[in-house]
Ligand binder design. Structure first.
Ligand code: NAP
Length: 452
């Protein structure tokens, strides 16, 4: 870390510093950042997804500090966290994210800043504000913040009911440049939220993207509108999305039926008091035939549905929390209750789905598409954390230099919960503003950490 950056950080983190004094300190000209490079986009051509290795394409480079524009804020991320979108960026699938940056760059002179020959990744951060741009009134240098990843101006009318509908809505650090995994990061002022006071930097950084996505999918009026007593089937229940979905279902008086791959994950969920767990690997579900041209296997959907009924005392899921996609979607549509909802935000195993539409229309089921969350939804989800009602599921933290190892772990599904990245923080365990509050939630924090 350069002396200029160290001086800036020390001032921004000091409880005595005046916001004006922090703003007057010089910024460094360059910074360290996790990037993919445009001249390497073709490096995996001809390989299968499994063969594409983020450790070859994700680098930590010295790059220029971005210029600050109106309604923007420059933050110093103390920590960030891996999301699956960084895997997509680093294996250039389904498309290279440089296409997003080029398109964004054509929007305006200011947006042109994003169209570079490197892409700084990362869509989750906790850190401190070091500069605010013209027009920013709610945030000041020295504020400790978490960042949600919905980047939108709302200049046009489309997004004013729900900013996720805005045609210019983008995911920060995925469809924009200057993401979280850099010593300084550029965000819009309307991405900031107060950092929960009982959490460490890395815990606070591990929440927003997957928690707010799960919140919108399950709780929000824009999603499945879960109510008390609903049976909710949660795929990947110890993963980034599923770990929060499980907590949200329990908080809201629902009954989670959790699907995981492996006995250890079953034991972990049981230790957290989750009653209904299915080990998809032990059960050996084959929702598709495994020949050259695979076809769906409805008899396996039926076997899966029977297992759910055995656990729930004969009930089908009111809601299916979907994200694996092609491998599971047909089963999800089949098992959801008459009149129930399959809510989906992803297609990890393939985005071309097949399901039997007779089960959908004859049984009046709904499929709801969902994508991240608007500011209000992200704020409400952050509030649940601050009130100790949702806990981080951070299982491991990597230094910035090892970010590619973390991306590789996610790509190979060798992880549970969330993987953190220390950016400016010198070590884990720092950043707690209210130790007494942390003590109140110590048992819960420890329990969810056991997801490791
Ligand atoms: P994650 O931490 O890797 O967890 C996903 C879990 O799904 C895995 O741990 C795995 O658990 C399970 N899974 C994977 N492949 C499966 C398959 N073929 N069949 C059944 N289960 C499977 O990832 P995540 O952060 O939860 O994200 C999941 C997906 O959602 C990614 O594609 C990501 O890009 C997307 N996503 C979308 C949004 C959005 O806003 N649209 C937001 C966040 C994430 P087990 O092996 O234990 O079953």
């Amino acid at each position: 870390m350069t002396d200029t950056l160290r001086t800036l950080l020390d001032a921004a983190l000091s409880s005595e510093a005046d916001p004006g004094d922090i703003a007057a300190l010089p910024l460094p000209a360059t910074m360290r950042a996790a990037v993919v490079r445009k001249d390497e986009v073709g490096m995996f051509d001809g390989m299968t997804s499994d063969e594409k290795d983020p450790r070859k394409s994700l680098h930590v480079d010295e790059v220029a500090v971005p210029e600050l524009g109106p309604n923007e804020v420059l933050i110093a991320p103390m920590a960030s966290a891996l999301n699956f979108n960084t895997v997509w960026t680093s294996i250039f699938e389904p498309l290279s994210t440089f296409g997003f940056l080029e398109r964004y760059g054509r929007e305006s002179a200011l947006a042109k800043r994003h169209d570079l020959d490197y892409h700084i990744v990362g869509s989750d951060a906790a850190g401190v504000v070091v500069r605010v741009g013209p027009g920013v009134t709610r945030w000041r240098p020295g504020d400790r913040v978490t960042v949600h990843c919905n980047s939108v101006d709302l200049e046009g009318p489309e997004g004013h009911d729900d900013s996720m509908i805005d045609t210019r809505q983008r995911i920060w650090g995925f469809e924009t440049n200057f993401g979280a995994m850099a010593q300084l990061s550029l965000v819009k002022a309307n991405q900031l939220m107060p950092m929960p006071t009982h959490l460490t930097w890395e815990e606070a950084a591990s929440l927003s993207l997957t928690l707010a996505t799960s919140y919108r999918m399950l709780v929000s009026a824009n999603g499945a509108r879960m109510k008390q007593g609903d049976v909710v089937l949660v795929w990947g229940a110890t993963g980034g999305l599923g770990g929060f979905a499980t907590q949200l279902v329990r908080n809201g008086g629902g009954i989670p039926v959790c699907v995981v791959g492996g006995a250890e994950k079953v034991a972990l969920l049981r230790s957290l008091g989750v009653e209904h767990v299915i080990d998809r690997k032990a059960e050996g579900y084959a929702f598709w035939s495994d020949d050259a041209t695979p076809v769906p296997q409805p008899s396996e959907w039926r076997r899966f549905g029977k297992r759910i009924r055995e656990l729930t005392g004969g009930e089908d899921p009111d809601i299916v929390f979907e994200h694996p996609g092609r491998q599971t979607f047909g089963a999800s549509v089949f098992v959801v209750k008459r009149g129930g909802t399959v809510v989906t935000c992803a297609s990890t195993s393939g985005y071309s789905h097949e399901y039997d539409n007779r089960y959908l229309w004859m049984h009046l089921k709904r499929i709801v598409g969902s994508h991240f969350a608007n500011y209000k939804e992200a704020w409400e989800a952050n509030r649940l954390v601050d009130r100790g009602m949702i806990h981080p599921i951070l299982t491991q933290t990597y230094p910035l230099d090892a970010v590619a190892d973390a991306a590789h772990a996610i790509h190979t599904n060798a992880h549970t919960g969330k993987l953190g990245v220390l950016v400016n923080a010198r070590s884990e365990g720092l950043g707690v503003a209210d130790p007494e509050k942390r003590q109140r939630y110590a048992g819960d924090l420890e329990a969810w950490r056991r997801l490791t």
